[in-house]
Design a protein around this ligand. Structure first.
Ligand SMILES: *Cc1c(COP(=O)(O)O)cnc(C)c1O
Length: 390
């Protein structure tokens, strides 16, 4: 536990560079041993202050739209890939100037933009186009995170595939995992090969998408490497992986303070951080963020589930939303206003999704150097709230 967590402003995100580097070493090892290229999926983590460092380990970025593509181009360099379910006309010309790989979600999108891609190529832009396929197989239980649920709009199904329109297509892309292991990838890959394998050999690259929990301690890296090598050798293609979560998994915290304690039948600590504004996935996913220690005391309190320890509190945000609840946790002491709580695994899908609902201030962003020093990267204020309104 870093004593500096007592002095930082709250609420704030602190990205821990030692943990980030640890993840990046693991990812780099996979690419070195297999020859696959790994990209940062920026939708999970877009803290561009860290891009120069990330760029030393990974081959580039992937984007879910124009602005992420531009951020990747400006701040990291390397390869810039983009996928959108459909490209707005007005954005496509700019995307052509920024992107190295453009992945289309349908043959109608490919038909629509093929001519503009060819023109850009003729003018000297090196652009590689691909199609997102839907292997119609996934093991994701929550439907909103399952791109292969029946009727999903994401990816071309086998029935909708038009093999006679592949001229100009260099790659196939699938994304069917969510926080999953290499064994699931193996089964998804088998489904993808069964449906689309006859076209793999005509490609230059195959992109396995994201959702690989590669940096999780129990992840089976040898199985991943076997999948990558098998495909590269069988079809003579370059394999890409584009994890988001795995890049910054467990590499950051959110530090908050207790503002007040109320007891209306349930003992509740009201914090200066909001689930709805600063950790929306807690409500959306939903999940329970780990809360492992008390920074004010500088001791490990290992906050437990409700009732596990002597003092149970519901932790709530400062907004007017009744459901702005982080969860019920128990502690070995009574919480006091002013006390600090440190939520774990808050680098991913946190600052990229936060918002200023209720006029909530956005958390400051610090980086924690491997030596434990906290460096304030950005602080937000009233202008950030006002400027996105009119
Ligand atoms: C969400 C997504 C990713 C990253 O997923 P993680 O679960 O963060 O690894 C990569 N590629 C595509 C197409 C995605 O939609």
């Amino acid at each position: 536990m870093n004593q500096n967590y007592k002095a930082c402003m709250t609420p704030c995100y602190i990205v821990q560079e030692a943990a980030l580097q640890h993840n990046l070493e693991i990812l780099k090892g996979v690419s070195e041993r297999t020859g696959c290229k790994i990209l940062l999926a920026q939708k999970a983590f877009s803290m561009f202050a860290e891009y120069p460092m990330i760029g030393k380990y990974l081959s580039g970025t992937t984007a879910s739209g124009l602005y992420e593509a531009r951020l990747g181009r400006e701040e990291m360099g390397g390869e810039v890939h983009v996928f959108m379910p459909a490209y707005p006309e007005a954005q496509f010309d700019e995307l052509l100037t920024i992107s190295d790989h453009i992945v289309f979600n349908s043959f109608s999108q490919w038909r629509k933009y093929r001519g503009r891609v060819m023109e850009a190529k003729a003018a000297g832009r090196e652009i590689s186009c691909g199609l997102r396929i839907n292997p119609e197989y996934a093991e994701v239980e929550t439907d909103i995170y399952n791109p292969c649920a029946p009727g999903s709009r994401l990816g071309i199904t086998c029935d909708a595939f038009c093999p006679d329109e592949l001229e100009g297509i260099d790659g196939l892309h699938f994304h069917a995992l969510c926080e999953q292991g290499a064994e699931v990838l193996e089964r998804v890959l088998a489904a993808a090969r069964e449906r689309f394998g006859e076209w793999f050999g005509r490609m230059k690259w195959i992109n396995f998408g994201g959702g690989h929990h590669i940096t999780k301690p129990d992840y089976n890296i040898p199985v991943l490497e076997r999948c990558v090598k098998q495909i590269q050798e069988a079809y003579n293609v370059q394999v890409y992986l584009e994890p988001g979560e795995a890049v910054a998994l467990d590499a950051g915290v959110l530090v908050a303070q207790v503002l007040d304690i109320v007891d209306n039948g349930i003992k509740t600590a009201i914090l200066d951080t909001s689930a709805a504004c600063h950790m929306p996935d807690v409500l959306e996913m939903p999940y329970r963020p780990p809360l492992s220690y008390d920074a004010a005391e500088g001791v490990l309190t290992a906050a437990g589930r409700a009732g596990e320890q002597a003092y149970t509190y519901r932790l709530g945000g400062p907004t007017c939303l009744a459901g702005d609840i982080i969860g019920d946790y128990s502690f070995d002491h009574e919480l006091q206003p002013g006390e600090r709580l440190v939520f774990g695994d808050m680098a991913i899908y946190s600052m990229v999704k936060n918002n200023t609902f209720n006029g909530m201030p956005l958390p400051a962003i610090y980086r924690e150097t491997p030596e434990g020093e906290l460096i304030l990267v950005k602080q937000f204020g009233y202008r950030d709230f006002k400027e996105r309104l009119s």
